[in-house]
Design a binder for this molecule. Structure first.
Ligand SMILES: CC(C)C[C@H](N)C(=O)N1CCC[C@H]1C(=O)O
Length: 732
């Protein structure tokens, strides 16, 4: 590609690369690069917590805090990348160098996950964990530096490829760019967990984390190679020296100069940055004003990401209390998150080709800031939907005892019916091997239970805030036992299962995945977690060996009772009864679709538009810096989730959703007011005017005329006017 020089600006012209359907060909390499890079990033992230937990053997707290620190770092490092790009290396070189750092980081992660490296005794577990921890931490640091560092540069570099006459194409580019982000992340979050589930190893076979990290590493190398292949076609804007250093010095000078001239005798200036005019170039001051105006507008934006980020946390937890059975397929709670990239892939084209043109046809000027405001509103609406779903879920949740109550269930281990007298509940009759359907609630510390058939009477000590099951024994001489039952729903939508052995001899119980172990006579096992679907239990006691199967939904708890009558040749399928201690989730996961729809529609309006807005409103020499500013709003949003959730601590989850929706609604109103006063600018036009003026200066232009023109340009930047958006200044 031959770069043409603009005679007025003295800058290389963009948009002169070979074109396909009006788009610069170079764009193809950039979007493929983004697709591969996002595959690499989100794929690695999908298995990271599991790697910490099961490979490095960290506890949940350490695993989640290191995970969140890593994610936060990934959205903080863009500042670094942007400064390097805009002030020193330029975007092209920054992307190349940081991609190399990134790929090295991914390779380090893949190598750190090869257990054979330090598995000297070949038992399948690493013997030098420090090696794996250090290597993976170095890897993660390099990845955070790489992914964060290149992110603002790639988006801005893509925008740079378009000429001023290609504004529509540039807007489409940012939509396609977003599609690539989500296409890459969708594919990788499906593929890498499958790779992780494989067994691999040289001496012993273990879960294949090295493959799950290795494929993202390979994709990052592909991203780098694709980007380099396109090298000859790119428009590469040259950095204009240490721009960030100049910006800081200029702002510092403006502040100190303003302070020095604070006395009333000095005439005030239109903008506080104008106090830098005594020393700094007017063009630089104008550019700083552009950046500050946009950054000021960004202040309320992190709130959007605060809500958005809860998809991965609160909403996934909500899904664990729902039923994921969709008939032909069963969706796991964490898989619901993939609805977001799937919806992005459908909504972005619909918005671009149907909704926005329709709005335009209706004569409405749906400017970027209006879109972003609507996007925020939709995200707030998504949280209202989440609150409604939560209220529905709460109705179906078991009523666990408060701190002043205790709950008791009865299980008749005998072969004959018994009638138990319970204070406040009268007589309760239980058939042989039957449990009471519900828990009985008491406020007393101790109750007296009388059982007839055989006659027995006992004082039972209850524990406040606890659920227990009383195992009514076969005979008077046998011990009465109280179990400790669950007082919360099982985690992650799993089912908590335990066994009570009513036989006079020990029994071993297991499934193909879970071992309940040996259960002594008249005793009970611990709870084990069983995933949804059909599970087959194998029972073995001396000569006796049998199996039975049950279907499980999500989030239930059962106590299976092995009756004393079970013997060689018994049919376990019929003989073993189960007491439903916690009902399976009954609110369907499909009810989460509206909230996912609204948050994703909001994201398309907010985030895709925000990306393009950050580019179009940035001065030419600070495009990457403003992209980094945009990404910083994502990072801050992440932190706010942690703070608000910690501080608010609301008793009911739905109230927390309503709180977040209300907060975003308030922020949305503030943003719309700020946006109303924002004046869209065309940085190229303003910069060209300033540059022209400098040229005119050289031609000894009339000083008065020059001053007048400068004043008009300054006013362009400082004032709001009513012109239409598109190249010219316009209000929200
Ligand atoms: C969380 C999804 C996989 C990706 C999301 N829809 C998205 O595109 N982004 C979330 C933060 C900004 C943006 C990204 O650049 O990844």
């Amino acid at each position: 590609m031959a770069d043409h020089e603009d005679p007025k600006t003295g800058k290389k012209n963009k948009g002169t690369s070979k074109e396909v359907c009006g788009y610069p060909l170079s764009i193809f390499f950039i979007v493929v690069n983004e697709f591969c890079e996002r595959f690499s990033y989100y794929g690695m992230r999908a298995v990271l917590v599991l790697y910490f937990k099961y490979f490095l053997r960290w506890d949940d707290d350490l695993a989640t805090s290191i995970y969140h620190t890593f994610v936060a770092l990934c959205y903080l490092t863009p500042i670094l990348g942007a400064i390097v790009a805009d002030s020193w290396l330029g975007k092209f070189k920054t992307i190349i160098y940081l991609s190399i750092v990134y790929a090295i980081g991914q390779v380090a992660m893949a190598v750190s996950a090869i257990h054979d490296i330090t598995d000297t005794d070949r038992d399948g577990t690493p013997n030098n964990m420090t090696f794996h921890v250090v290597l993976s931490m170095v890897g993660l640091f390099l990845i955070a530096l790489g992914t964060g560092g290149i992110k603002p540069c790639v988006a801005a570099f893509g925008g740079d490829q378009f000429g001023d006459h290609q504004e529509r194409q540039r807007r489409t580019f940012f939509s396609v760019f977003y599609l690539c982000i989500n296409g890459g992340s969708l594919l990788s979050t499906i593929i890498t967990p499958i790779l992780r589930a494989q067994n691999c190893g040289i001496y012993s076979k273990q879960k294949c984390y090295s493959l799950a990290f290795g494929v993202p590493a390979a994709l990052m190398v592909v991203a780098l190679v694709v980007f380099i292949v396109g090298s000859g076609m790119y428009y590469k804007a040259k950095p204009e020296g240490n721009i960030m250093g100049d910006v800081c010095k200029c702002i510092g000078f403006a502040i100190s100069n303003r302070y020095k001239h604070r006395s009333k005798q000095y005439p005030s200036r239109e903008h506080w940055m104008d106090w830098a005019e005594d020393k700094y170039d007017k063009l630089l001051i104008a550019q700083i004003k552009m950046v500050l105006k946009v950054l000021f507008l960004y202040i309320p934006l992190p709130m959007f990401w605060t809500l958005f980020d809860q998809k991965g946390s609160r909403w996934t937890l909500q899904a664990t209390t729902m039923d994921g059975n969709f008939g032909a397929i069963v969706i796991q709670p964490d898989q619901m998150q993939t609805v977001n990239p799937i919806l992005i892939l459908t909504l972005v084209p619909i918005m671009d080709s149907v909704i926005y043109p329709l709005i335009k046809k209706c004569g409405l000027n749906f400017t970027p800031l209006k879109r972003m405001t609507v996007g925020m509103f939709l995200a707030a609406l998504a949280f209202v939907c989440a609150a409604v779903v939560q209220i529905e879920i709460d109705k179906t949740l078991p009523v666990f005892p408060s701190n002043f109550q205790s709950q008791l269930k009865l299980l008749n281990m005998g072969n004959h019916p018994v009638t138990a007298g319970l204070p406040g509940y009268g007589q309760v009759t239980l058939q042989a091997a039957q449990a009471s359907e519900e828990y009985f609630t008491f406020e007393e510390d101790q109750i007296s239970i009388s059982v007839s058939g055989p006659e027995m009477k006992r004082n039972i000590s209850l524990i406040k805030g606890q659920r227990q099951t009383l195992l009514i024994p076969l005979t008077i001489s046998d011990e009465w036992q109280l179990t400790a039952d669950l007082t919360t729903k099982p985690e992650e939508g799993n089912n908590a299962i335990r066994f009570v052995n009513g036989m006079n001899k020990p029994v071993n119980v297991s499934t193909s995945e879970v071992v309940f172990g040996q259960i002594e006579k008249f005793h009970y096992s611990n709870y084990s977690q069983i995933r949804n679907g059909r599970a087959t239990f194998f029972l073995q006691s001396g000569q006796l060996s049998c199996a039975f199967s049950r279907d499980f939904g999500f989030g239930s708890s059962y106590t299976f009772f092995i009756p004393s009558t079970l013997s060689l040749g018994s049919n376990c399928q019929e003989s073993i009864t189960g007491a439903e201690d916690i009902k399976p989730n009954s609110v369907h996961m499909a009810l989460q679709v509206p909230q996912y729809f609204f948050i994703t529609a909001g994201e398309v309006m907010f985030s895709v538009t925000g990306l393009e807005f950050s580019y179009s409103q940035a001065p030419s020499n600070m495009k990457a810096v403003l992209q980094a500013g945009w990404l910083l709003t994502v990072a801050i949003g992440n932190f706010i989730v942690l703070i608000v959730a910690e501080v608010a601590k609301l008793p009911k989850q739905w109230t927390e959703y309503v709180l977040f929706a209300s907060l975003l609604l308030c922020v949305c109103i503030i943003f719309s007011i700020m946006a109303y006063f924002y004046t869209y600018i065309d940085p190229t036009e303003i910069e060209a005017k300033f540059r022209r003026n400098v040229g005119d200066d050289d031609d000894d232009k009339n000083d008065k005329q020059r001053k007048l023109e400068m004043e008009m340009m300054k006013r362009d930047l400082d004032r709001s006017d009513d012109e239409h958006y598109k190249g010219k200044q316009t209000k929200m």
